[in-house]
Design a protein around this ligand. Structure first.
Ligand code: SF4
Ligand code: SF4
Length: 63
C-alpha cells in the first residue's frame, strides 16, 4: 500500500481551480467540470487540501 492520495468530493467541489494551480505534480485536472486527482501523480503533499476553500479534498484522514 502506498501513501493515501488526495481525493476530491465532487459534490463539494465548486470548480474554483485553486487545487489545480497549486499542485506541484500537476496531478489534478478537470473532469466533468470538477477537479479530479490522478492518483498515480499525487505525492500526498496535502497542498491541495489546505488550498481548497470549501474543504472538498480529503486524504483519507492521513494527509
Ligand atoms: S496532495 Fe499534493 S500532489 Fe497530491 S493532488 Fe494534492 S497537491 Fe497534488
Ligand atoms: S480547490 Fe476545491 S473547490 Fe476548487 S477546484 Fe479544487 S476541489 Fe474544487
Amino acid at each position: 500500500m502506498g501513501k493515501p492520495k488526495a481525493k476530491v468530493d465532487t459534490k463539494e467541489c465548486l470548480a474554483c481551480g485553486g487545487c489545480i494551480s497549486v499542485c506541484p505534480q500537476d496531478a489534478i485536472s478537470w473532469y466533468a467540470n470538477k477537479a479530479l486527482v490522478d492518483e498515480k501523480g499525487c505525492i500526498s503533499c496535502a497542498i491541495c487540501i489546505r488550498t481548497c476553500p470549501v474543504g472538498a479534498i480529503s486524504g483519507d484522514g492521513a494527509l
